[in-house]
Design a protein around this ligand. Structure first.
Ligand code: ADP
Length: 395
């Protein structure tokens, strides 16, 4: 973004309408060639929405000729002209059918994803201001990244995973059921460990297949959320009660630090239970003998959010692995040694569930000492995103 800004500032030759000497804006031949060669669409317009730059990539994305666009001022009303519809919705995203904002209002660059149905186009638009020499605003630059092909490939990949996981699930469920029945039979000393090992392996496999199905739904944006207002404190107490069933046999004590009174939030109860269960399950599995896990709930003082943390006294996460921990299939070496079974998909799901609720998630951990997983949830339902979208990985 700054690069484009610099181009405008340092140039002095006319380029497609940018020759505003008053504001010190003009552009030289080299800068023009660079802008034309960019793979991203570039649109520059002044405060009156008069288009000054419309490069080749923009022509391709919007199926428009720069000659008919440059020099023209656009308003939301121009949406009526059918060939301009997508351009107008990009210039005025509030008119677009489906948008996902990646930046807060009034923070520049503004980043927004826009999806169009007919024709099917997926773009990411970064909008930045161009200042004038008097400290005011001369206009704006939009950098448009066409993600249609990329997202289509992702969709095909997800469909493949989802179909494969569906096909695997039916026979696996039958095998699991058969082994569960067998383990309850009177078996000989020799038979018992064999059947138990088989049951453990089939349960693990079934969990991976179910997680894969959930992940493919998340990535296609069809995990399906139903929000309802609940008392978060009661909800968390309920989940802890269920988790006790695995914590007690593992010898791990779970504590809850809760505020006085209720905390009302809008959540998808089923999905949030999956998230919290995953965090607590990890706090138990990656703990030490006779270890502890503590769940804390607190309202943040200066923000309309509640913060939940899950702290354990376990094996911790090696420093170099912390940033990879929310990526799909990642398992740290110390975790693999402690608990051989695991898919590495749990935290990816947890992160997506929290983000879909409008919250954030992060970790503090000390190797061999323990970890704290923090996440926030908004107290105001307006802060919940309007659309389901998979959180991209930052590996
Ligand atoms: P899984 O537990 O099936 O491996 P997750 O996605 O839940 O998958 O976790 C990914 C990895 O993050 C784990 O394999 C482990 O390396 C690390 N991890 C998660 N929770 C903890 C924890 N409480 N303590 C230490 N490491 C953890």
């Amino acid at each position: 973004m700054n690069f484009i800004k610099k181009i405008f500032k340092s140039s002095n030759v006319e380029f497609s309408g940018i020759n505003n000497k008053e504001n010190g804006f003009a552009i030289d031949g080299l800068s023009k060639a660079v802008i034309e060669a960019l793979r991203d669409g570039i649109i520059v317009y002044d405060r009156d929405s008069k288009i000054l730059v419309f490069n080749k990539a923009a022509e391709k994305i919007f199926n428009l000729n720069s000659e008919e666009i440059i020099g023209r001022s656009f308003s939301p009303n121009d949406i009526k002209e059918s060939k301009l519809k997508i351009l107008i919705q990009t210039l005025f995203p509030s008119l677009a059918p489906a948008i996902v904002k990646h930046s807060e209002s009034n923070v520049y660059p503004q980043i927004v994803d826009i999806s169009f149905e007919e024709p099917k186009i997926e773009i990411r638009v970064a909008t930045n201001r161009i200042g004038d020499s008097k400290g005011g605003i001369f206009g704006f630059v939009k950098i448009i990244n066409d993600r249609t092909r990329e997202l289509n490939i992702l969709k095909i990949k997800n469909e493949f995973i989802s179909t494969a996981a569906h096909q695997l699930r039916t026979p696996l469920t039958a095998i699991n059921w058969a082994l569960e029945s067998l383990v309850r039979e009177s078996l000989t000393e020799n038979q018992k460990p064999i059947v138990e090992t088989g049951l453990q392996a089939s349960s693990h496999l079934l969990k991976i297949v179910n997680d894969l199905l959930d992940v493919s739904k998340i990535e296609e944006g069809r995990y399906g959320y139903n929000f309802e207002k609940i008392n978060l404190v009661d909800f968390i107490e309920g989940v802890i009660k269920k988790v006790e069933e695995i914590a007690v046999p593992a010898g791990i004590k779970i504590y809850l630090k809760k505020p006085a009174g209720a905390i009302e939030t809008d959540i998808d109860v089923q999905k949030m239970e999956i998230a919290l269960f995953n965090l607590l399950d990890n706090a138990i599995r990656y703990n030490v003998k006779n270890g502890e896990a503590t769940v804390s709930i607190e309202r943040l003082k200066d923000k309309p959010y509640v913060q939940i943390s899950v702290k354990d006294t376990g094996i911790g996460i090696p420093k170099e692995d912390i940033k990879k921990i929310f990526t799909k299939f990642f398992r740290a070496e110390n975790a693999v040694k402690t608990a051989a079974n695991g898919s590495g998909l749990g935290l990816y799901m947890v992160k997506n569930i929290v983000k879909r609720h409008g919250g954030d998630i992060w970790i503090e951990s000390e190797f061999n000492r323990g970890s704290i997983f923090y996440f926030t949830l908004p107290l105001d339902s307006k802060l919940i995103p309007a659309k389901e979208i998979a959180d991209e990985e930052e590996a």
